[in-house]
Design a protein around this ligand. Structure first.
Ligand SMILES: NC(=O)c1ccc[n+]([C@@H]2O[C@H](COP(=O)([O-])OP(=O)(O)OC[C@H]3O[C@@H](n4cnc5c(N)ncnc54)[C@H](OP(=O)(O)O)[C@@H]3O)[C@@H](O)[C@H]2O)c1
Length: 254
């Protein structure tokens, strides 16, 4: 049986991906802080797929020592690690006009420190195995510094750049690296947002991610419109970008 460890598997995209990969025959190692939600995912998967091994390890990825321990323990229990998905993440608003170090710190701890610590642990295991596939969930928000989202956009850009560097370094070591860039996915993280253009369900998001894993894509943007939106945002001249967001502020659109 192929194996996967997914962080942030207690809700949203991570949970949907765990269910989908179980259906596809993967043994699973699931990580998140909320034990009861991990147990509920574990029992749902075991009910529908009794032959699939589902191991859980409740932990905070921002506690980097604990996070490494979790990944080594799960990989040992699964006996091999084919795919690792660094998905755990938090959102949060950090308006530039207000003090927001506390909120920024929370985002950096989980989305950057936690994600990199987890990817490094998985990488160590895969280097020993001489095989594996590292996957990180970045975002369309990695393209640009969106208003009120300095820390979040930075955190998603950091992961994308980090993964790109790893991809080049690991090219001849038998380890694939994929960076995933979702647009808006209907999960608890985005539930309260006033506007979610081109929204997709968590299940559709999981299908897109699994498609990219199967094809060993270097990066994948979804839904389809994001393949247009991402380069447009990324390469838009600063003056146009600033103008669009000043209209948005004045007229409260988007
Ligand atoms: N939803 C979107 O539109 C969207 C778009 C682009 C990118 N993303 C990215 O996709 C990933 C998943 O987000 P989601 O939308 O599925 O949100 P979600 O439903 O809120 O899920 C986030 C997951 O991360 C876990 N998590 C958060 N902080 C953690 C920590 N410190 N340690 C361990 N686990 C932690 C949560 O579990 P516990 O609370 O139980 O720990 C939960 O399982 C995030 O990295 C996010 O940035 C989402």
């Amino acid at each position: 049986m192929p194996t996967v460890i997914i962080t942030g598997a207690s809700s949203g995209i991570g949970r949907a991906l765990a269910l989908l990969m179980a259906e596809e025959g993967y043994d699973l190692g699931l990580i998140a802080r909320r034990r009861e939600l991990l147990e509920s995912a574990q029992s749902e998967i075991s009910r529908y797929h009794p032959k699939i091994k589902v191991k859980i390890y409740p932990c905070n990825v921002a506690d980097t020592d604990e996070c490494r321990k979790a990944i080594f323990k799960l990989a040992h229990e699964l006996q091999h690690l084919d795919v690792f998905v660094a998905n755990a993440g938090v959102g949060g608003s950090t308006p530039g006009g207000d003090p927001c170090w506390e909120e920024s710190q929370k985002i950096i701890e989980t989305n950057v420190r936690g994600a990199i610590a987890s990817l490094e642990a998985a990488k160590e295991i895969m280097l020993k195995q001489k095989s594996g596939h590292l996957v990180g969930i970045s975002s369309i928000a990695a393209a640009r510094g969106l208003p009120q989202s300095s820390a979040y956009c930075m955190s998603r850009a950091a992961i994308a750049v980090y993964l790109e560097s790893l991809r080049v370094d690991l090219k001849n070591r038998g380890i694939f690296v994929t960076s995933i860039h979702p647009g808006f996915v209907d999960t608890p993280m985005t539930k309260k947002m006033s506007s979610r253009p081109f929204l997709v369900s968590a299940e559709k998001g999981a299908e897109e991610i699994f498609w990219a894993i199967r094809r060993k894509k270097a990066r994948h943007y979804f839904p389809f419109m994001m393949r247009v939106v991402y380069p447009l945002l990324k390469h838009m001249p600063d003056c146009v970008y600033d103008w669009i967001f000043s209209i948005r502020r004045e007229q409260k659109i988007f």
